[in-house]
Design a protein. Sequence first.
Length: 160
Amino acid sequence: MFSKSKINEPGPKATDAPKPADAAKTAPAKTTSPTAKPPASVLSADLLITGNIKTTGDVNVEGQVEGDVRAHLLTVGEGATVKGEVVADDVVVNGRVVGRVRGLKVRLTSTARVEGDIIHKTIAIESGAHFEGSVQRQDDPLATGAKTMPTGAAGAAPKP
């Protein structure tokens, strides 16, 4: 009544043999997938970086940075300090920033201490945050010429 087919037989099948090669072919596809997002880079609490940091990914600063930081998402930890300009799509400050902050979304939590100007598209400042500086809203705060002079105001050489 029932017949035994090759599908149910134990043991290696003809389709099982190339599995290691198939795995090697699919592994790079997983790492290069446009939906796969690499984890955030973490700068630990005992780390001091002197110099600029630039990435298109996410950065979580728990230590100290003396230099400018550019990232997609920048999180400054509660015990962290950044001395320099901060530029990111999203900026979350839990610790201390001494310098200008530029971001599409800027959030200062209740433990934040910012000493410098903030240029933003949207901003949130929680109760208890310490902030000294000016706040300016711009449609594109990430533009490199955020603080440029109006056209024709200066820099043109006078005609003789």
